[in-house]
Design a protein around this ligand. Structure first.
Ligand SMILES: Nc1nc2c(ncn2[C@@H]2O[C@H](COP(=O)(O)OP(=O)(O)O)[C@@H](O)[C@H]2O)c(=O)[nH]1
Ligand SMILES: [Mg+2]
Length: 325
């Protein structure tokens, strides 16, 4: 895949819905962030919209199992599904892949589904970049639905809320005090709540969440519903999917969907700008070795000098952005 011709072939195969080509393009985008630009040059004519669902919650609540069940039903309905699992608890890339693969064996061989796992720690070019670019690739491939699975707020390196149109927060019985959840702000971010592992109980937490929701006013006019599932047995999954479609309809009727769609690109554009600026600065002004030098000084001469050093360094300089003549 070194020459342009190879990329052309790959994209041609991709457009013919070749899953191997899709896999190769994802790998290319994952490993070489700059490749995204080159690849997407070929997709100016793509107008297809995928519906993007975020599934979030603590590790072990059953997100992957649930994602597998949701996908299974969507596939039965004739929809195509692209899945991205972000698992920061996995220290190795590939570790997350295997784990999720096992849980999704039921569906992973289906021609209309594609699954990619990312271990977010130490990820090249940042996890949010990769997730966005892969979602765009799925969209270009023509996926009806994209599911992004990730752990909850404050843990993942990126905000699923900037990418997904409907966010499902997954909880389990014995999760702990629902008040803690409210303090953590979780109650504000879900478009819906799903208590998984209902075979182990969970009526109480469902009631607590309902009560919390009743205390809130929802300016958008959408009151998040609460559902319960047993993801292993596949129970309650259809109701959850119905909630997702109801939310989609709500967004479409209120035109909030356009805000969501724009937000996804605002997020991406900012990321592109900031990474360009970062590149400019680190290549032309202060590089890693100089940073290390300052760090060494900080350790030897006092921690607080770093502020002055950096401040002075930038003080004397005029950054001027000029267009090329
Ligand atoms: N009892 C029970 N176990 C479940 C259920 N859903 C998932 N699990 C199990 O919970 C564990 C974690 O599931 P996984 O899908 O990997 O969770 P994730 O880390 O949130 O993606 C696995 O051992 C699953 O088999 C459920 O509805 N009931
Ligand atoms: Mg998982």
């Amino acid at each position: 895949m070194k020459s342009y011709q190879d990329l052309d072939t790959l994209i041609k195969q991709f457009k013919e819905k070749d899953k191997v080509a899709l896999a190769k393009l994802i790998t290319l985008i994952e490993n070489v962030p700059e490749k995204a630009h080159e690849i997407f040059k070929h997709f100016e004519d793509i107008s297809h919209d995928s519906y993007i669902i975020g599934i979030t919650g603590s590790p072990g609540v059953g997100k992957s199992t649930l994602t597998g069940q949701v996908s299974k039903i969507l596939l039965e309905q004739g929809k195509s599904v692209g899945i991205i699992c972000v698992d920061p608890t996995s220290p190795f890339s590939g570790g997350a892949f295997l784990g999720d693969r096992v849980r999704m064996t039921d569906i992973s061989l289906h021609p209309n589904v594609f699954l990619r796992s990312l271990a977010s720690r130490g990820y090249k070019g940042g996890i949010s970049r990769a997730v966005f670019d892969i979602s765009l690739l799925y969209e270009a491939y023509g996926m009806d639905v994209i599911i992004i699975e990730t752990v909850g707020v404050g843990q993942a390196e990126f905000d699923i809320y900037n990418l997904a149109y409907t966010v499902v927060v997954v909880l389990v019985p014995g999760y702990g005090d629902a008040i803690q959840m409210q303090k953590a702000g979780i109650i504000e971010i879900g478009d819906m709540y799903n208590i998984n592992k209902k075979d182990l109980g969970g009526e109480d937490i469902a009631v607590q969440i309902e009560m919390m929701l009743d205390d809130n006013t929802f300016q958008s006019g959408w009151r998040p519903p609460v559902s319960m599932t047993d993801a292993i047995a596949g129970e309650g999954v259809e109701e959850l999917i119905q909630n997702i479609w109801d939310h989609k309809e709500h967004l479409e009727l209120s035109e909030a969907i356009n805000v969501k769609k724009k937000n996804r690109f605002t997020y991406k554009i900012k990321e592109l700008i900031y990474s360009k600026i970062q590149k400019l600065i680190t290549e032309n002004f202060i590089d890693e070795s100089e940073i290390q030098e300052i760090v060494n000084h900080a350790v030897d001469d006092g921690k607080f000098k770093i502020y002055r050093t950096i401040h002075n360094k930038f003080e004397d300089v005029n950054f001027e952005v000029k267009k090329k003549e």
